[in-house]
Ligand binder design. Structure first.
Ligand SMILES: [Fe+2]
Length: 336
């Protein structure tokens, strides 16, 4: 049977979150209302305490996203054994509300500190392999996937047909992370080499980079790329060589905010932060790259892609939503 994930990774996506198909793999047959205006909707979120209500998945399912991206802290498993970690993941996976989304939506993701190990943990965590195996089983990573055989859990995937490819890159900011230092390398040599080869491909029409911690903010008192300035600059230099419009999505902060960085000879870069799904914070801070306000309530994020008739990205609408009502808390057009 072809899963929805396999299906949308290799086939065209038409309409507002509706796939036109012949009922392959149990997917409902649906027709797009306007085949010339093609839209792909991605939803994402982070920071999900498994001991709190998971009913909000009904709201996310109603958004009808084609893809759901976990951006870290999908469970809080600080100091858990592998077995406890697996039961926490299974409590989400088997939750009837989560299933309303996962049965019809591609689920992909990466981790942050609380699902990987415990607060602010990095390269020195003693049970990397057990944690990785539990996470990849949770996310439904195929047994033969390259992701299972190399170190870390970074990955990428192309969605949409060849004229409208969206590339999603999911970074692993935990497995290779040393102590914070201005020259410290957040990604590690193998992940950088892999990333450089991905970013040298100009074929995708838009690129989404999933980063569990905030990329653009200049605020340093919380976990962020700003505390790894050499790595942040290396990423910016790499992106300067790519003409593919790029949007970072991030989590971790238990608040929502949008950031934008203008660049002289290339597209602006965006960072859309959405966190948390089950709990939030009122810790406000300055961020010179922020557009609009910080939002201190629970939220999930949505990216809605507007394609031109020439198969180009017209704009991407970024929004954050209340996970109980679905109401938009804030939105912004990412223009390129
Ligand atoms: Fe968190």
């Amino acid at each position: 049977m072809i899963t929805r994930r396999q299906f949308i990774s290799t086939t065209s996506i038409l309409g507002t979150g509706i796939i036109s198909s012949n009922g392959i793999g149990g997917i409902p047959i649906a027709e797009t209302s306007n085949a010339t205006r093609k839209v792909l909707k991605i939803a994402f979120g982070s920071c999900n305490r498994q001991d709190l209500s998971q009913k909000y998945w009904l709201t996310i399912a109603k958004e009808n996203p084609d893809i759901w991206i976990w951006l870290g802290d999908s469970i809080y498993a600080d100091y858990f054994t592998e077995s406890l970690r697996r039961s926490a993941y299974n409590s989400i996976k088997n939750n009837k509300y989560y299933k309303t989304l996962s049965e019809y939506t591609s689920i992909i993701g990466t981790w942050d500190d609380h699902d990987y190990a415990f607060n602010n943990t990095g390269i020195d965590f003693h049970d990397k392999e057990g944690s990785k195996s539990a996470f990849l089983d949770f996310i439904g990573e195929p047994r033969q996937s390259e992701r299972r055989s190399r170190s870390g859990i970074y990955t990428s995937e192309l969605f949409g047909h060849e004229n409208q490819q969206i590339e999603i890159i999911l970074l692993d900011l935990r497995s290779f992370r040393p102590e914070e230092d201005s020259n410290a390398d957040l990604l590690g040599a193998s992940q950088w080499a892999w990333l450089e080869s991905k970013l040298s491909n100009d074929q995708p029409k838009v690129r989404i980079i999933g980063s569990s911690i905030q990329f653009l903010t200049d605020y340093k008192k919380k976990d962020a790329w700003a505390n790894f300035p050499a790595s942040r600059q290396r990423m910016l230099d790499l992106l300067a060589g790519s003409q593919v419009p790029t949007i970072f999505i991030s989590g971790d902060r238990h608040l929502a905010e949008f950031s934008r960085l203008e660049r002289n000879e290339s597209h602006p870069i965006y960072d859309i932060t959405s966190s948390g799904l089950t709990h939030s914070s009122d810790h406000s801070n300055k961020n010179k790259h922020r557009v609009g306000n910080q939002h201190f309530e629970r939220n999930f994020g949505v990216l809605t892609f507007n394609w031109t008739n020439e198969n180009q990205i017209g704009s991407v609408i970024a929004s954050v939503h209340n996970p109980d009502s679905g109401e938009i808390i804030s939105s912004m057009s990412c223009d390129f």
